[in-house]
Design a protein around this ligand. Sequence first.
Ligand SMILES: [Zn+2]
Length: 363
Amino acid sequence: MRRFRLLLLLFLLIFALNLYAQQLVKPKNIILMIGDGMGLAQISAGKTFKGQLNLEKMKVVGLLTTHSCDEYITDSAAGATAMSTGYKTKNVSIGIDCNGEKRETVLEYASKIGKSTGIVVVCAITHATPAAFVAHVPNRNMQIEIAEQIAKEANADIYLGSGWGWFLPKSEGGRREDGQNLIEVMKKRGYTYISKPEEFYNLNIDKVNKLIGLFAENHPPYAPDRKPTLAEMVKKAIEFLSKDKDGFFLMVEGSQIDWAGHDNNSEQILKEMADFDDAIGVALDFAQKDGNTLVIVTADHETGGYALVGGSVNDKKVEGKFVTKNHTGIMVPVFAFGPGAGAFAGFGDNTLIGKIIFEYLKK
Ligand SMILES: [Zn+2]
């Protein structure tokens, strides 16, 4: 009898320890940061330019394949959908799988289970990467429809980026031919709307229930000419989202690293990398203090076939060459920091991002 009690005690102890260990690796908050078009050369160039990257604080590193279900070379829509849903899709598809079936996104699921959610980008929020977290359309160019889904169906608590033209009718300076003012629709759903940098800097985040901030008609300019900056927006979003005791999911995109790659503009890649890394610094500062936040940094694909054929560490300069104006099929790195980071080490596929985030949310 005594032996039985001892065994039972031991069993209970193991059970409790196991539960504790599971709790330990389950992050309360998840911040997914996507450097659009950010391959290893872009990161190397960024490091040469900045000296030290915040990214270097992330000790878990892996590599991801990026092909879509119909092309070896993915576009941002299929790349983002793989990360937002855990499913591959065809190029240009948003939030649906290879068979055209609608797939729930990690943001939608996080919102459903009571977490606060947000999107922070330096492009129109109707653009491929952000759209793949909050919308479901067969073609990324359907930005009129994407805006309508964001305004009427999506549940993110905070959007910071640009692209108010997609939400307003032509009569009010926007692009919509259906006469709808979707900003008014969102205001009725409890969103505070801001469109000027001053409004952003003066905003009392404690007085806001939900927020949409769009700071350009379509896309904002290249860094450093953007106000507010990506880092400033990430800081504000975390301040807002971290008030939720149930935790939050935030997607951040360094959107224009990709465009500098398409432009074969090596100088601009340095500036966009520095801008994105500043935002990574803000997220890591929060995660370090909080202790319960997983930060994942990755890319949807590489852009430009960018190669460093010369440079100087002392002069903080690189000599860059490009083999294409398009994306390439090389694997992209993934970096992780915080509880649950270990799952991203080693080789994987871009669908791993969505699958693991779902796993952590469902635990
Ligand atoms: Zn691109």
